[in-house]
Design a protein. Structure first.
Length: 353
């Protein structure tokens, strides 16, 4: 039996930052993740994808963000159960929970924090009759290593942030980038849309809208795609390429967590955002992309905020009646479980005082 203060389901960015915030409160954490390494989607799906909305980082690769978060929380010595899926949960007479994985590993904690991101997921595939014939032969639904597109001709389909961001990023990697979207309007951030338009004007991105990819051309590898555009005569035309990357998002599934008696809405876990992101079951919290509440934004930085408030509530559950006085790390420093201490610079302390 693995015992801890806070059992975290999911070792993505929000789960890892929870370890740090809990550590400041002298709370020990253990994480369970079905993936074989920490980082969630950031390490498994798009480690080389640039992220632009992390404070203090104008741009950081998803994999590098994972490395920084691991470095930040390692002083608090979290435990990991990796490559195993949280399967069942049982509440004990003392109020604690026992979570058992699909491999039979048991964990016990008074607080459970679900930080499972989108849960288990699979890419949404376009309805192209022969697309399965070219999977791993030039058709990729997820970009793990952008270097495979170095000096290649790439066609990207989609209208969200992922399609826009990768089009921008690959414009400096591929020999040719074509972005195809079925509408003239995009769903992504306005600055990304403006950047794509700027790169189009510079001749670094070919933009085809409104249009759809309706076929793939090739034999043992992709050689081009068939594009349908009503405004063109003839309607269909071919765009030569070496890779076709449809980025239409992921279909998330909560998996076994959906059977834990939690209140579910739109495939996400309802929480009380007015207080502490607790679910309908006292002692079980949900933070990050896995939760839902009025005004919810699925952003990593929002998950960090939710994790911070959740840890304060967890402290009260674990230490009933004990008052915690918030101290800024710029003044108090950071104490790790290994006995190390990072002091705040004296000049900073003096300035704050």
């Amino acid at each position: 039996m693995i015992k801890t203060d806070i059992l975290i389901i999911g070792a993505g960015p929000t789960g890892l930052f929870t370890v740090f915030e809990a550590g400041l409160l002298k709370l020990k954490c253990h994480l369970i993740d079905a993936l074989p390494q920490p980082g969630g989607q950031c390490s498994e799906i798009y480690p080389k994808k640039p992220i632009y909305d992390i404070p203090a980082y104008p741009e950081i690769l998803a994999g590098d963000l994972t490395d920084k978060l691991l470095e930040q929380c390692k002083q608090f010595e979290p435990g990991f159960t990796l490559g195993e899926r949280a399967e069942t949960i049982e509440k004990q007479e003392d109020g604690s929970f026992i979570v058992t994985t699909n491999k039979g590993t048991k964990h016990q904690a008074p607080v459970v924090a679900i930080a499972g991101g989108l849960g288990s997921f699979e890419p949404r595939k376009p309805l192209i009759h022969n697309i399965a014939d070219f999977e791993d032969k030039g058709v990729e639904y997820i970009i793990k290593d952008p270097e495979i597109y170095r000096n290649k001709r790439v066609v990207i389909a989609g209208g969200g942030d992922s399609a826009l961001d990768w089009s921008i990023f690959l414009s400096d990697v591929a020999s040719e980038v074509t972005l195809i979207h079925r509408r003239n309007e995009f769903r992504g951030h306005l600055d990304s849309v403006e950047k794509v338009q700027e790169l189009k004007n510079q001749g670094k991105i070919n933009l085809i809208t409104p249009a759809e990819v309706t076929g793939i051309v090739g034999d043992s590898h992709v050689k081009g795609v068939v594009v349908s555009q009503a405004e063109h005569v003839p309607t269909d035309f071919k765009v030569e390429c070496d890779h076709f990357i449809p980025l239409f998002g992921l279909s998330p599934k909560l998996g076994p967590i959906a059977n834990w008696g939690l209140e579910i809405e739109k495939n996400a876990i309802k929480v009380n955002n007015a207080l502490d992101y607790q679910t309908n079951i006292p002692g079980i919290f949900a933070v990050g992309d896995v939760n839902i509440y009025p005004g919810k934004l699925k952003l990593i930085l929002c998950g960090f905020h939710e994790a911070t408030l959740m840890c304060q509530a967890a402290y009260q559950i674990i230490n009933p009646g004990k008052r915690y006085v918030l101290k800024y790390t710029t003044v108090s420093g950071v104490d790790g479980f290994d006995g190390t201490r990072k002091e705040a610079p004296k000049a900073v302390v003096k300035a704050i005082q």
